[in-house]
Design a protein around this ligand. Structure first.
Ligand SMILES: *[C@@H]1O[C@H](CO)[C@@H](O)[C@H](O)[C@H]1NC(C)=O
Ligand SMILES: *[C@@H]1O[C@H](CO)[C@@H](O)[C@H](O)[C@H]1NC(C)=O
Ligand SMILES: *[C@@H]1O[C@H](CO)[C@@H](O)[C@H](O)[C@H]1NC(C)=O
Ligand SMILES: *[C@@H]1O[C@H](CO)[C@@H](O)[C@H](O)[C@H]1NC(C)=O
Ligand SMILES: *[C@@H]1O[C@H](CO)[C@@H](O)[C@H](O)[C@H]1NC(C)=O
Ligand SMILES: *[C@@H]1O[C@H](CO)[C@@H](O)[C@H](O)[C@H]1NC(C)=O
Ligand SMILES: *[C@@H]1O[C@H](CO)[C@@H](O)[C@H](O)[C@H]1NC(C)=O
Ligand SMILES: *[C@@H]1O[C@H](CO)[C@@H](O)[C@H](O)[C@H]1NC(C)=O
Ligand SMILES: *[C@@H]1O[C@H](CO)[C@@H](O)[C@H](O)[C@H]1NC(C)=O
Ligand SMILES: *[C@@H]1O[C@H](CO)[C@@H](O)[C@H](O)[C@H]1NC(C)=O
Ligand SMILES: *[C@@H]1O[C@H](CO)[C@@H](O)[C@H](O)[C@H]1NC(C)=O
Ligand SMILES: *[C@@H]1O[C@H](CO)[C@@H](O)[C@H](O)[C@H]1NC(C)=O
Length: 412
């Protein structure tokens, strides 16, 4: 058996055996980081979305790169977006990382986030965190039942600020917020916007220490005051308050494997044979520009550096438990973690081979549903690229594709 096949199968086997992490069970030391999907691992698991609450300890997750003012025009930007599969936390190398399917759409000087048939769509994440700031996105949403477009802030402990659009209602933005991932069905509100699929609008989240505002084209659609979120039982504010990444995504809320509640919320089941799937060949949303303007951290924040945000407690994950530090936010290999950030540095020959295997492991889970479908999709989209919007074509995850190609070439 070829080495690569074996490593690949090993990777798959490990995915199936992935150790889960949740509020009742933290990760073990050898796979210390709890990913946003509730799985333990090293490497990418310790970067964006690594939840210190359920990790081996709060230092397992890497420090969070500090906010930087940016204006990103997504014109011919595809090549500048980092691949989440190989990203190891060097935020200086790029402002955005993605998983899924991206392409340039030069007619509108924009980037398309695509969702081909049966895929799980696309997520674009900022590599840096915002700890209060104003974030605006000029974009057009996708459309049709079951197709969800989103522009959110998401913290590692699952504080969340949402703008979401369900494709069956193109005249509303659903705004929402979560504190540490606690579900509460009463927090959603609608703001109106005209024909979000056909028209560009500027959506803005103005996130301050004391209040949160959601705007459409400069008009405030909703305000949430921190003081209105006080929880008398826990004596704390159930208010989004920890450093958060900016995420823009397109996902299949109406996929038949989702729960009935999710499908109903998403406006019904997705039609995977809709006209978009024939031309251009996928559902898509159109991202033109994102501005991030950082506010100062709270005045009480402890300062012991200027490069990153770090949690300072293993038991409490509120704004008062965040400090400015120079802690490491970058790994040297996919075997590293906050406990051993330099693992893999300076020992090239031995670590390169194995880091390939673990990086497959570290990323396959996000692909679990779609690796082979995506592969087939890529072949198909190659054939029909002339139908594609602006001649672009679905670009697959190179890591997995390379491995699959290798396997096929070995088998054949
Ligand atoms: C939490 O994780 C443990 C250990 O992996 C697992 O056995 C359990 O089923 C998980 N609980 C939930 C509610 O997912
Ligand atoms: C991080 O990326 C920047 C820009 O690409 C590069 O100059 C720098 O050497 C990288 N840092 C490390 C430690 O690899
Ligand atoms: C969507 O549902 C199909 C079955 O209809 C399933 O094969 C696929 O894995 C699901 N995709 C996602 C992203 O859940
Ligand atoms: C981003 O900032 C530039 C410069 O201030 C401005 O012209 C543009 O309209 C802003 N775009 C968004 C989406 O806020
Ligand atoms: C949901 O939030 C509202 C107001 O923010 C609160 O009154 C209500 O008790 C919460 N419900 C649950 C189940 O926590
Ligand atoms: C927002 O609009 C949707 C229809 O698109 C509706 O189902 C939902 O109940 C509305 N939410 C609120 C909080 O009014
Ligand atoms: C809504 O957008 C459509 C174009 O998609 C435009 O024709 C119409 O005038 C707009 N309506 C309002 C109230 O702005
Ligand atoms: C919350 O703060 C706002 C602005 O500071 C103020 O207008 C409002 O009255 C306060 N509400 C409560 C419930 O304290
Ligand atoms: C207060 O927080 C507790 C624990 O998270 C939660 O169960 C409860 O519903 C919250 N109360 C309100 C009013 O939201
Ligand atoms: C979900 O909806 C389907 C069809 O509408 C129904 O057959 C099924 O019983 C529902 N499942 C649950 C758990 O409610
Ligand atoms: C401050 O940072 C330095 C180096 O980044 C570290 O050695 C030191 O332990 C930190 N001090 C505190 C109090 O965290
Ligand atoms: C590789 O790096 C690790 C962690 O820094 C170190 O423990 C190990 O000795 C290194 N191996 C070699 C061959 O240098």
């Amino acid at each position: 058996m070829n080495l690569y096949i074996w490593l690949f199968l090993l990777g798959l086997a490990r995915v199936q055996a992935a150790i889960q992490c949740n509020s009742s069970s933290s990760c073990p030391e050898e796979a210390p980081c709890c990913s946003q999907f509730g799985e333990c691992g090293t490497g990418g698991y310790c970067l964006g979305g690594c939840n210190p609450q359920f990790s081996y300890n709060y230092k397992s997750c890497m420090a969070m790169p500090i906010c930087k003012d940016t204006n990103t025009k997504f014109n011919k930007y595809r090549s500048k977006v980092l691949d989440k599969d190989t990203y190891l936390g060097n935020a200086s190398a790029g402002d955005w990382a993605y998983s899924g399917y991206l392409m340039d759409y030069e007619d509108e000087e924009s980037l398309l986030l695509a969702m081909p048939k049966d895929s799980s769509g696309t997520v674009l994440s900022s590599t840096r965190y915002v700890w209060y700031g104003k974030i605006s996105a000029r974009m057009k949403t996708s459309h049709r039942s079951g197709v969800v477009s989103a522009f959110i802030l998401f913290s590692n402990v699952e504080d969340e600020v949402d703008n979401e659009w369900v494709g069956s209602d193109l005249n509303n933005v659903q705004t929402n917020y979560y504190f540490e991932g606690t579900l509460n069905y009463t927090h959603s509100r609608n703001s109106s916007a005209n024909q979000t699929f056909s028209n560009f609008h500027t959506y803005e989240i103005d996130w301050r220490e004391d209040k949160l505002m959601w705007l459409v084209d400069g008009k405030v659609g909703r305000t949430l005051y921190k003081n209105s979120t006080y929880n008398h039982t826990t004596k704390r504010y159930d208010y989004p308050q920890t450093p958060s990444r900016v995420q823009i995504s397109l996902w299949p809320g109406g996929n038949s494997t989702n729960t009935n509640g999710t499908i109903a919320w998403a406006g019904g089941k997705i039609d995977w044979d809709a006209s978009d799937l024939k031309n251009p060949g996928y559902y898509y949303m159109t991202l033109n520009e994102v501005n991030i303007s950082c506010y100062d951290p709270p005045s009480y924040a402890k300062k012991n550096g200027s490069q990153a945000y770090s949690f300072t407690s293993d038991t409490s994950f509120l704004s008062q438990n965040v400090a400015l530090t120079d802690d490491q936010s970058m790994l040297y290999s996919s075997e590293g973690s906050g406990l051993e950030p330099k693992l893999g540095k300076d020992n090239d020959t031995s670590s390169k081979g194995s880091s390939k295997a673990t990086s497959t492991r570290a990323t396959s889970s996000s692909l679990a549903s779609g690796a082979s479908t995506a592969f087939i999709q890529n072949i198909n989209s190659g054939k029909s690229s002339s139908n594609s919007k602006n001649g672009g074509r679905v670009i697959n995850k190179p890591g997995v594709l390379t491995l699959l190609t290798l396997i096929l070439s070995c088998v054949v």
